[in-house]
Design a protein. Structure first.
Length: 265
């Protein structure tokens, strides 16, 4: 199957926009065939999901879902990531965040990088929409240019999966005027800097909102441990790192695929 629209390119202009504003977006990303395939795969996964796993917490299913792995390792996507963080690239998480009609999680304002136990040169998160997304069905908002403000004060006592929130006093007083709202057709993609403040509301519409976020880092980053849960069983599932392009530094090795028996490169 052809995953990516042949028209998808990450141009120098896109890259400059990403550097200046902290994000870039692409209406032409998935082919119609890939979009239909992914939509039905996500629907199947939601059916198979263990009842303890919330719809916003199907994390790192690429360990066993070949389609997520295939999508995450498409050459034009890795070319884009290479432009952001260099040739040696590690995939360390995927995250399906689904919001059913008239429901779904509120994601508080947060910055990604301070959240994770991974430190180093980080390319933008890859945010892929499998439904038409707008302000009514829980689309993401972000603060353009705010990726350059450093780590903002945060509260770490929030309930649920997204348990950290930027202290409201650290956000601009006119946050609603400064924020931009992701409004994209199904099959589009956006990339956001891992330091940019972003948020999303619950889904107030009668439509679904299904999104996959892919997270990578440069291979010389500090790769810290974390426990996720297998969405099918609810069992603990340690974070795994996969080298998807280039080489590891200092003779280290990492698996290059979850689906190959040989785990050395
Ligand atoms: O998709 C969303 O609503 C939030 C995504 C998010 O917080 C992230 O990608 O870090």
């Amino acid at each position: 199957m052809q995953w990516l629209d042949p028209g998808f390119t990450y141009s120098d202009d896109h890259h400059q926009h990403f550097l200046d504003m902290g994000y870039a977006s692409f209406d032409r990303f998935l082919t119609p065939e890939a979009l239909a395939f992914a939509q039905s795969a996500i629907d199947r996964m939601m059916q198979q999901r263990h009842p303890d796993i919330p719809l916003e917490a199907m994390i790192s299913a690429h360990h066993h879902e070949q389609w997520i792995w295939d999508l995450a390792t498409q050459k034009p996507l890795l070319d884009m990531i290479e432009k952001q963080c260099g040739h040696h690239i590690v995939l360390w998480a995927s995250h399906l965040i689904c919001k059913p009609p008239h429901s779904g999680v509120h994601v508080p304002w947060h910055q990604d990088a301070p959240y994770w136990n991974v430190r180093g040169r980080m390319p933008g998160a890859i945010w892929i929409a499998f439904d038409d997304i707008d302000q009514d069905n829980g689309g993401m908002c972000l603060l353009p240019g705010w990726h350059r403000k450093g780590t903002l004060a945060r509260q770490t006592d929030q309930p649920g999966l997204f348990n950290e929130a930027i202290d409201p006093a650290a956000l601009p007083t006119d946050v609603d005027q400064q924020k931009i709202q992701y409004c994209f057709p199904a099959g589009s993609m956006a990339t956001h800097d891992t330091m940019i403040p972003h948020t999303s509301e619950p889904n107030a519409s009668n439509r679904w909102r299904r999104v996959l976020v892919l997270r990578y880092t440069a291979a010389d980053a500090e790769l810290g441990e974390k426990n996720y849960r297998d969405y099918r069983t609810g069992d603990p599932m340690p974070r795994q790192f996969f080298l998807v392009r280039g080489q590891m530094p200092n003779g280290r090795t990492l698996p290059t695929s979850p689906f190959e028996k040989s785990l050395s490169q």
